[in-house]
Design a binder for this molecule. Sequence first.
Ligand SMILES: C[S@@+](CC[C@H](N)C(=O)[O-])C[C@H]1O[C@@H](n2cnc3c(N)ncnc32)[C@H](O)[C@@H]1O
Length: 214
Amino acid sequence: MKRPRFIAQQSSHPQGLVGNVIARIMAAETVPENLHALSLLELQAGDRFLDIGTGHGSALLKAAQSCELDLAAGIDPSTVMVNLASRRARVATTTVDIQIKQATVASIPFPDRSFNKLLTVHTIYFWDELRRGLEEIFRVTAPGGLFVSCFRPGEDQSFRDSFPDGIYQKHSKTDVLNATQRAGFTLARNADHPSDERLKPLAFVVAKKPVGVL
Ligand SMILES: C[S@@+](CC[C@H](N)C(=O)[O-])C[C@H]1O[C@@H](n2cnc3c(N)ncnc32)[C@H](O)[C@@H]1O
């Protein structure tokens, strides 16, 4: 069964009261993939972390509470999401510098090479342009930095059948791997999670910006 269009629209850009409700449901639903993606980043004290399409900010706050990061930043184009994540950050128990900004992946409001650990979970479907987004992520990644993306791949028939076209762009895993490499990253390792039923349908791409490349 196709997911209703208005729910899909809200997932792509949460708005108003409904958006607030969807955000809370989403925060609960995407815990396993965010935890797996965070584990792949192997966060350490001193890291500079960016969550692209941070939404409700759960992964961002988890990262900020995991160790003494130098910076934990999140971007999201949705006002509802930025407000929600900012409210949650204000009351979170952490001393880490948390910055949440309203922006899309196409124009990340941070200088070149600002981050060495970057994450995006369930957002690439909504980017205007995959290539532009990955190039922009590459720009803000420091040499040697790691970038993890998690998404439902277009090869998955049930994903293709149940999520409405026009809102969800169903990129194949091959296309994402190729576009990630074309942006300048090297692919670090296959990080899918075939043994966990909940994570099985998801693709996890771990990419590294080569040392010595600006
Ligand atoms: C399905 S939610 C995922 C939120 C969170 N990352 C998670 O795993 O629960 C998609 C998020 O991507 C954001 N988004 C939509 N278009 C975006 C874009 N072009 N750049 C960055 N984020 C975007 C939406 O506002 C929304 O908060």
